[in-house]
Design a protein around this ligand. Sequence first.
Ligand SMILES: C[S@@+](CC[C@H](N)C(=O)[O-])C[C@H]1O[C@@H](n2cnc3c(N)ncnc32)[C@H](O)[C@@H]1O
Length: 447
Amino acid sequence: MNPPQADVTPSSLRELRRRQNDFTRELGEKGWFHSFELPDGTQIDGCMPLAWQRERWSRFPLAADLTGKRVLDIGAWDGWFSFEAERRGASVTSVDCVDSPSYRQIHERLGSRAEFRNLDLYEIPAAGLGRFDIVLFLGVLYHLKYPFLGLEIVCGLATDVAVVESFVIDGPTWRDHRGEIPMLEFYETDELNGQFDNWFGPSVGALEALCRAAGFARVERLAVDRSSALVACYRHWEPEPEIPTLDPPEVVALANVNTYGINFNSRRDQYLAVWLRTPAADLSKERLHLEIGRFGAPAVHLQREDTGAWRGTFRIPPGADAGWNGVRLRLSESRFGPPRRIAIDLPLVVQFIAVKDVADGHTWTPRRIQSGAASCWVAGLPENCDCHNVRGFLGSTRLAVTFIGEPGADGFRQVNTALPSEAPRGDQPFRIECGGVASASVSVGVE
Ligand SMILES: C[S@@+](CC[C@H](N)C(=O)[O-])C[C@H]1O[C@@H](n2cnc3c(N)ncnc32)[C@H](O)[C@@H]1O
């Protein structure tokens, strides 16, 4: 947060950071954290020099003209960054857990239209503020008890970019230990700067890793100073290459990692597996650029299957829109392939279920199950039915649903099921259920 100063040796770093940013006395004397130069010529000399505020702003990857953009400034304090965004044309919402009289004073003197909300960060998702093109998250992370949850909330609020600045524990030395396990220092009480509202000090690597893991498509390091680092966290991939050097990967299949279905619950931490084929050599997860709805989703895992296909695993991005979401994949060197789709928070609406033509899954013998697999044709299944939410039963024995086809001209879909080895034999009632609705039972003979 402070202007850069002369380098310090690593050995003195720990001792220095315990006291280097303790501006409590200065704040008590000045009464302001931010400095201001008001249009009527009034100068307010806060703890942070105006030149340093301007320097910080100049590092943000933001256009000079923010007209038409919605900006959220979390932890606004006296509000210099909020009012600067507004001066550049943005519609601004400022949030702080402290209701600062100094913010209100400047707001009035500037005739600002920025909206101030006295909220804790964790309260924002339920406060109905909507989404923001740009989220400023400056100097707040290390104040959080739950820093990762905080960054996930920031990610879910941003539709384009979040500018994240934090105190870091290794400003002068981070290059020496790049590649090491990222570190978070924990402050039980007032170990950092003599202030009790500091909880975790990240290393530069931890700040970047936390931002990536929070769900942003890509994270760019913008600056590292003596005791702070600044990163831009984007919700989208960089534009497709104008001259791609590879064809898009072929998406063979995709499924919810837990259910193998196509439905996802945005309130849960859920992952999408994508099976793909590509002739690209040395594939790495960093080269996979998946888009889910309007947000980029980085791969968290990549493995080669015995079939030669690759299986990439992706987290559903925070703040993904409810409904059908297009899923497109490209490599860093390719354009996107054609979209598939998944359902997020889509209710399962079922009026009726009708089953016809139950047959053995291999011999197609009607009403006789000889091979341990049963196929049937089912009407009434909703568009977002999948192998998890459609259930087959033989009496009270649950069957695994292994395949659901597209509806035919008559509206019936083929549904394949597999019988467990302990399935009952002889004449048995077969039925299909979905969304709490069951079909009439069809009698089948199980051999
Ligand atoms: C170090 S100041 C940063 C001020 C300004 N953003 C800047 O970078 O110059 C931290 C601000 O975050 C606010 N803050 C800390 N924890 C917060 C939380 N959980 N929710 C909302 N605001 C918080 C504090 O009240 C304070 O105004």
